[in-house]
Design a protein around this ligand. Structure first.
Ligand code: PLP
Length: 410
């Protein structure tokens, strides 16, 4: 182990709360899909942070936008108007295709979902004073605030913090009838992901998406799509719902965004249409930093580059290339069972719960991936990844799999 990494580790252990099981690497700088560690070693970042840096590291357009805005105006508070926030809301309305879209900006995915849940609660209460309930999916992940933690469909994560309340019902992610049965007169919202990211890169079946829309329409509840991980082009469309059912979109009422929107700067957004767009009134919800000029300028640059460079189409092509290369690996590696996901959110699935070992061997081979489930390794590279870089990714993954399989036979 390197002295530099050992020193970083010791200082971290003494000074930071122990909330993260970190991998043995400390990064200093990055460019494109590549990261450099404290010992000068290069890694291919096939995770984009955690599905964040859609344009790769140190993208010049984002760097320029941040530098220019930081030299102009960093903060005024939301008591006043600022141009980048309004321009970004206009741009988000354009990419949803909703003429009546309105946006609330915050700082993270959890905050975006928390705002969406508060919005749904106010909306539900207009219908009935007790219409505050939410139906969400098992395996879904929505954040770590008390509300979004309760909405997260993973009971093990609830237990240490229980009781969290009883206003969320979880149904299996692939059971349209159970979802329909769970939605009733007191439901304020149905909360779903188009592909469950943290839940293991699990695409939502089309009939469940349709059932969610129909059930919401039946009782007057809001359909909230959590696009924190899937939005901003990762699935090959601006939002996952736009390409979910062979191009026949099921329109949500509310969408949450974060991760990729400002390529790594902290931003979250809730976009709503129709009645949902008009629910919040002054005093109902607020944040000090949300929608600040610098992060909004960065996000505008991200959206410009995605559009100018055709990165939505590129995400589809690159995703297909990766999934076919992983299918080839499955033919050669007994450990690999296949691949699942959409666009540039894919999981290499394994026959055994050895994703942690593959992740560690990949890091040794200079590749960053993560064990999103005991038997699934997540790949979420930047949208700018080239064909040569995909070849390098697959080559390193190949070597990592070989190393893990060799251990088994040794
Ligand atoms: N929603 C989804 C789908 C996510 O994947 C995540 C984070 O992984 C969140 C919400 C929470 O976002 P944040 O970590 O920015 O609070």
């Amino acid at each position: 182990m390197s002295t530099n990494l050992d020193q970083v580790r010791a200082r971290e252990a003494a000074n930071l709360m122990h909330t993260y099981g970190r991998q043995p690497a400390a990064f200093m700088s990055g460019t494109g899909v590549w990261l450099m560690d404290v010992d000068g070693r290069r890694y291919l970042d096939a995770l984009s942070g955690l599905a964040v840096t859609v344009l790769g590291h140190a993208h010049p357009a984002v760097t320029q936008a941040v530098a220019t805005q930081a030299a102009t105006l960093v903060h005024t508070s939301n008591l006043y108007f600022t141009e980048p926030q309004i321009a970004l809301a206009e741009r988000l309305a354009a990419i949803t295709g909703w003429s009546d879209a309105r946006t609330f900006f915050c700082n993270s995915g959890a905050e975006a979902n928390e705002a969406a849940l508060k919005l749904a609660r106010l909306h539900g209460k207009r219908r009935h004073p007790d219409a505050i309930e939410v139906v969400a999916l098992s395996g879904g992940f929505h954040g770590r605030t008390l509300g979004t933690l309760l909405a997260t469909g993973n009971p093990a994560k609830h237990r240490p913090f229980a009781p969290l309340g009883e206003w969320v019902t979880h149904v299996p992610h692939d059971d349209a009838a159970a979802l329909d049965a769970a939605v009733g007169p007191l439901t304020s919202a149905v909360l779903i992901e188009i592909v469950q990211g943290e839940g293991g890169v699990v695409p939502l079946p089309g009939n469940v998406l349709r059932a969610a829309r129909d059930a919401c329409d039946r009782v007057g509840a809001l359909l909230i799509v959590d696009e924190v991980q899937t939005g901003v082009g990762r699935l090959g469309s601006w939002f996952g719902w736009q390409s979910a059912l062979d191009g026949v979109p099921v329109q949500p009422d509310v969408v949450s965004l974060a991760k990729g929107l400002a390529n790594g700067l902290p931003i979250g957004a809730v976009i709503a249409r129709g009645e949902a767009a008009k629910v919040f009134e002054p005093g109902d919800h607020a944040t000090t930093f949300g929608g600040g000029p610098v992060v909004c300028a960065a996000a505008l640059a991200v959206l410009d580059v995605i559009e100018r460079e055709g990165l939505l189409e590129r995400a589809v092509q690159a995703g297909a290339r990766i999934s076919s290369a992983v299918t080839d690996l499955a033919g050669r590696h007994p450990l690999v069972s296949g691949v699942r996901g959409r666009g540039l959110l894919q999981a290499v699935t394994l026959h055994a719960p050895r994703a942690g070992e593959v992740t560690a061997a990949a890091l040794d081979a200079g590749l960053m991936v993560n064990a999103v489930a005991p038997d699934a390794v997540r790949l979420a590279p930047p949208l700018i990844i080239s064909d040569d870089e995909i070849a390098a990714l697959i080559d390193r993954l190949d070597r990592a799999l070989e190393a893990v399989e060799r251990k088994e036979t040794a």
